[in-house]
Design a protein around this ligand. Structure first.
Ligand code: GLN
Ligand code: ZN
Length: 768
């Protein structure tokens, strides 16, 4: 029986990678320093797993930005617009790699970044590969091989982790018409063969090929691509042990397909889909190894050894031990690094800490499960199991989890709680005179740059070096500055800037009951951006108003309308580590009721526009379409519960980013927000087509510039995008705004960008 791990977090337990990349991008450190940081993180990760007793330790799970971009780089899928950047096209330079991820405005060049979108149902974002008809591929970067050799020099024969060719293609996008990207499989597989052969020559034994699409709906052509790919690989590299991994869902109707592929092992996510184990055991050929994904890579709860051992026993009944592997359910990329970093206390009480496991602890759990599976009778193993069960029981019976009032409020919800009084058409008649806005009203999504100073104030407050009062005064001055500046450039609907917020979920979680926080539980969101998801451990309620003070302060400074800014219930749920003892929908309803109270309080204070952000609504979609309806029903309902408390003349906004809307447009419309702002610019307004086709009735603000890149858009390009929007939707329906909040940007680029955006809206008003 072997243990393995699908991938380890690569940001470093102290977010070293973030700091090093940002310093490099800012020109404050050398490439060499960045590369050293990368090497140190890899070495540390390998050591941790080696010491834990993991048999197959992953390599190539490290990335300077994203594993999908790494694959594009590896197979030479470099879009043409980047070809000018480096003089030597033969060398895979990190600057070119970062240009693809972040755009490039240097040396007289101005090149936009590649699109970014969410990795399945997670809050991790990957860089979307761009494909053209007959696209050729070639081995461009040797990263996979280099990292394998690097570990080998340190005495570890790793299991390289490679995104499988079928999933790689399916994650991408066709950049011209007239072909389907899956058709490129025959061009692509030879590059994989090249890599695999080189690994084979370097004495690799196991190689992990990730094919998460096996847990999704596949059409005939895609299924054939799987067969073609794995047959070809088998033929070319008969000595390599290919471990095919699936995660985030069950194999279901793809089970037969997966079991017939000529690989050495198949990995199942038994946290998300435990029921697939029995069927798989019946189907899987005897000579194929089965990897049991028992330790949850997506959540922070301690593994219940007893429950895992039951699955293990089931597997042992039908398969010989030496064909079984014990593993994490998916890559631990989605887990924080190390619970030990939390030692110094605060919110995470000892009671709660004993219920948790982060990446480092999880690899320990994988090893423990093997120990228990091999001989549960040994005294030390008995003790291991007992201690584990004590923690599991303590959570089941703890008094801090259930609150009677919360349970009652949820069970007394009626349809009335989730409907506005009048339909949109009539609400609009009341909102127009209430708000007094021009055509193409301009606004922003909420946050303004969180400068070094702002973050420093927060850090100083945390350390006790600033009093609450001093901190509040500083934030007030920043807010006032932002209000004055917005008035100055002529924005129509203002925001307070969210300077008081560390993060759009954490800020609310800190004030809600039922949440706890880590100090160091960082998880990569995209590139160097990390988030620290709150942990929802118990029933959620709102003891006090959370945003009213800051919003009314900002409103008191100006005649213009200031939007109230809230994070929606689905997003709070989606971006937190959630309870595993009740359905997600119940937790979401509890959050919705808390947000509803906040909405009511903002309205009472005279706020006329309230935005409830739901950028995570789409990422919560189950992997298989047959499960979508059930999810969307409760998710949309929860949004409506939080919004529907207001009078009709109050305008409710929502915001979503990095979403595609075609297939859920009915439900988006069902949210019945008066205004929705969406990410649109990287897709050149393509996203709007869905709204146009549906004849979406409410108002829309399609983002006119990409905020994830430091690039400053020109007024003309924004006008052009708006013209495009105007050609598909009636102008009375349109708002003008950036793609998303600006907190990750600096003022240096934000100021000119927004000034130009206002100018673009004005130019449009003139032509109509
Ligand atoms: N209001 C939030 C902000 O502006 C929205 C962020 C998001 O959609 N991710 O930062
Ligand atoms: Zn957004």
């Amino acid at each position: 029986m072997l243990t393995h791990n699908l991938g380890y977090p690569r940001i470093g337990s102290k977010r070293q990678l973030k700091k090093a990349s940002e310093a490099y991008w800012a020109g404050k450190s050398t490439l060499r320093e960045l590369q050293e940081t990368g090497a140190n993180i890899r070495e540390e990760n390998w050591k941790i797993q080696q010491e834990a007793g993991i048999d197959l330790i992953p390599s190539n799970d490290f990335s300077f930005y994203d594993q999908v971009l790494d694959m594009s780089f590896t197979v030479g899928a470099i879009p043409e617009r980047y070809h000018e950047i480096v003089t030597d096209q033969k060398k895979p330079e990190l600057d070119l790699y970062f240009a693809m991820a972040r755009g490039y405005q240097k040396n007289g060049l101005d090149i936009i970044a590649m699109e970014m979108t969410k990795w399945f149902d997670t809050n991790y974002h990957y860089i979307v590969p761009e494909f053209k008809k007959n696209q050729p591929f070639k081995l461009f970067s040797t990263k996979i091989l280099d990292e394998f050799k690097e570990a080998k020099r340190q005495g570890i024969i790793t299991k390289p982790v490679i995104l499988g060719p079928v999933s790689y293609l399916l994650l991408g996008k066709e950049k011209e018409k007239g072909f389907k990207r899956i058709e490129l499989i025959k061009n692509l597989v030879p590059v994989y063969l090249d890599i695999l052969k080189k690994l084979e020559e370097s004495n690799a034994t196991w190689v992990q090929l990730d094919e998460p699409f096996l847990a999704m709906d596949l059409d005939q052509e895609e299924k054939e691509a799987f067969e073609y790919t794995y047959k070809t690989i088998r033929k070319a590299c008969p000595n390599l042990k290919i471990l095919l991994t699936t995660y985030f869902g069950g194999l279901d109707e793809n089970l037969d397909l997966a079991c017939e592929l000529p690989v050495c092992g198949l990995h199942l996510d038994l946290v998300r889909a435990p029921k697939q184990l029995e069927k798989t055991l019946d189907k899987l050929p005897q000579n194929l190894s089965l990897s049991l994904g028992l330790v949850d890579g997506r959540n922070i709860w301690k593994n219940d050894f007893k429950a895992s051992l039951e699955l293990l026993e089931l597997a042992k009944g039908k398969k010989s031990e030496n064909r079984l592997l014990i593993a994490s359910s998916c890559s631990l990329l989605h887990s924080p690094c190390d619970l030990e970093e939390e030692k110094s206390g605060s919110g995470l009480t000892a009671e709660i800490q004993q219920w948790l496991a982060f990446a480092k602890q999880k690899v320990g759990e994988i090893a423990s499960l093997k120990q228990l599976a091999l001989d549960s009778g040994l005294p030390e193993n008995q003790q291991l199991l007992e201690e584990n069960q004590k923690a599991i029981q303590s959570k089941k019976t703890s008094s801090i989890i259930h609150k009677q009032e919360v349970g009652q409020a949820v069970s007394s919800l009626t349809p009335g709680h989730s409907t506005r009084n009048k339909p949109f058409g009539e609400r609009r008649k009341l909102q127009t005179p209430n708000l007094n806005l021009p055509l193409f009203p301009t606004t922003t999504i909420g946050s303004f740059p969180q400068t070094k100073e702002v973050r420093q104030w927060r850090a100083l407050k945390k350390k006790g070096k600033l009093t609450q009062n001093q901190y509040d005064e500083l934030i007030k001055s920043e807010t006032e500055m932002a209000i004055r500046w917005q008035e100055g450039i002529g924005l129509d609907v203002l925001v307070h800037g969210e300077f008081e917020r560390n993060d759009m979920v954490e800020y609310f979680g800190e004030q809600l009951e039922g949440f706890v926080f880590t100090q160091n539980g960082w998880v990569q969101s995209y590139g160097s951006r990390c988030v620290k998801p709150p942990i929802i451990y118990g029933d959620v309620s709102r003891p006090e108003p959370m945003t009213v003070g800051w919003t009314s302060f900002a409103q008191s400074l100006t005649e213009k309308n200031v939007k109230g800014m809230l994070t929606g219930p689905v997003t709070i749920l989606q971006w937190s580590f959630v309870r595993n003892d009740q359905p997600r929908s119940t937790t979401c309803q509890q959050i919705a009721l808390a947000i509803r109270e906040e909405v009511a309080d903002l309205e009472k204070e005279g706020i006329k526009i309230i935005q409830i952000d739901e950028p995570a609504l789409r990422e919560g979609l189950p992997l298989r379409q047959s499960d979508w309806e059930a999810y969307l029903d409760w998710a949309v309902e929860c949004f409506r519960i939080s919004a529907s408390v207001v009078e009709d003349k109050t305008q409710i906004h929502t915001h979503m980013c990095y979403s595609e809307f075609n297939d859920i447009i009915k439900h988006i419309a069902g949210m019945d927000a008066d205004v929705i702002t969406i990410e649109c610019s990287r897709s050149q307004m393509e996203l709007l087509d869905a709204f146009a086709e549906f004849q979406y009735p409410n108002e829309i603000g399609p983002g006119v510039y990409d905020i994830h890149s430091p690039r400053i858009p020109s007024k003309e390009e924004m006008v052009e995008l708006l013209e495009k929007a105007k050609s598909v939707l009636p102008e009375e329906q349109l708002w003008v705004n950036p793609d998303c909040g600006l907190k990750t940007r600096g003022w240096k680029e934000t100021e000119p960008a927004l000034e130009r955006m206002v100018q673009a809206a004005k130019a449009l008003r003139k032509t109509t």
